[in-house]
Design a protein around this ligand. Structure first.
Ligand code: SF4
Ligand code: SF4
Length: 388
């Protein structure tokens, strides 16, 4: 394998571009390297945060776009505490992740949402209003419900099976979008003619890293903030369980079996909701109450996803309890509120907001493992990766 050499061309607009996504202090830093020394996640292969910050400072756009290191950083804040110049390298890494998210995103929406609160809140509001319009149109024209009939004891049954199709559509949308970005992440970080090609067998050999990191997010356990990993992990587990139930067992919800005490979907749903309540509560309470380095510089998407998730779970539980109690019309209203909250969360927050890091982090760790394995297999004297 040949050594890949990236053209070293400085882009004077890079720093300004990065700063559109958040704080990035370069004036304070005098390149002492204390931050790198203080980071428990740094290795010989993944040397951060200083290297990524250097790329930004020197205007090296391609090496920065190809860098996996901002994703290997798990935002613990040790580097910012250790920095003698208070240059806040943790926040710089956070900004770089936002910048990189926008680079991976091909629709242009991600960048707009990350740069502008107005775009972010406007997109959420637009999705919610669109769902309200869909609900009204469906009931007034398709179901033929007279406006005066809105006080009848109508339940959820008239929405079966369209409820299934709608739910599957809004759930598959973010996953398909995120899937298309996987190829772009690969192209930025592993592909390109100036990088040595890595045999496909190495990708297969290291595939377990992706599976393991996706399931455990174990690197976060190294975070000195106790309980952070558990809160995030339970919230993610609750979301995955809830999505799985919705995708594979929604039809069961649409039969009278849902009332059966033994129905496993009911109990799995309660368990998933419990995990979500614990995880979201832990994340929000710590962010609001804790005055620690790790919670400094909160962005809108850091809180909006947990808040929407909490409201989605509460409204879903409300619709379930009302339906279970035989209050059919109240259940219908609660379900409408549930869909109006859940849809913006699924089609805006999941593909364009902070949830995407749940995909990018394991992917970065996987690609990093592939690079390291390829370097071990390379004949002596040959290097893997680009030289700057
Ligand atoms: S510890 Fe602070 S001053 Fe030193 S290299 Fe890191 S960011 Fe720069
Ligand atoms: S925030 Fe933590 S993981 Fe990230 S670079 Fe700093 S010390 Fe390392």
């Amino acid at each position: 394998m040949a050594v890949g050499i990236l053209p070293v061309q400085s882009d004077p607009t890079l720093l300004e571009d990065i700063r559109r996504y958040g704080k990035f202090d370069t004036e304070g830093c005098y390149q002492c390297g204390t931050c790198t020394l203080s980071c428990d996640l740094c290795t010989d292969f993944a040397n951060f945060p200083r290297r990524s910050m250097r790329y930004a400072l020197l205007g090296l756009r391609a090496p920065l776009q190809g860098s996996l290191e901002p994703w290997i950083c798990h935002d613990c804040g040790d580097c910012s505490i250790a920095c003698p110049r208070h240059a806040e390298p943790r926040i710089s890494m956070h900004t770089l992740r936002r910048f990189l998210s926008a680079q991976y995103e091909w629709t242009g929406m991600g960048g707009r949402l990350l740069r502008s609160r107005a775009w972010h809140l406007g997109s959420l509001a637009f999705a919610a209003v669109f769902v309200v319009a869909l609900i009204l149109c469906y009931h007034l024209w398709y179901v033929g419900l007279p406006v005066s009939g809105l006080t009848t004891a109508m339940g959820l049954e008239h929405m079966f099976p369209i409820m299934t199709y709608f739910t599957l559509t809004v759930m598959l949308f973010p996953f398909l979008l995120l899937l298309t970005r996987v190829f772009r992440v690969w192209r930025f970080t592993m592909g390109g003619e100036d990088r040595p090609s890595i045999p496909f067998s190495v990708y297969v050999e290291e595939a377990w890293t992706y599976a393991y990191q996706s399931v455990t997010h174990s690197m976060m356990k190294k975070c000195p903030e106790k309980g952070r990993w558990l809160g995030h992990w339970l919230m993610a587990l609750g979301v995955v369980m809830m999505l799985t139930i919705k995708v594979f067992a929604l039809r069961w919800f649409q039969t009278d079996n849902i009332y059966a005490f033994y129905n496993p979907q009911r109990w799995l749903g309660y368990l998933a909701a419990g995990f979500i309540f614990y995880g979201v509560g832990d994340i929000l309470v710590k962010r609001v109450k804790a005055n620690k380095e790790i919670y400094k510089e909160t962005h809108l998407e850091d809180v909006i996803f947990p808040v929407l998730l909490l409201l989605t779970a509460l409204s879903g539980m409300g619709a379930h309890i009302l339906r279970y109690s035989g209050l059919a019309y109240a259940a219908l209203i609660a379900y409408a509120v549930h869909v109006i909250i859940a849809t913006p969360m699924l089609v805006v927050e999941m593909p364009f907001g902070s949830w995407a890091h749940m995909i990018y982090r394991p992917l970065a760790l996987y690609f990093q493992a592939v690079k390291e394995r390829a370097a071990q297999l390379a004949p002596a004297g040959e290097a893997i990766g680009h030289v700057v």
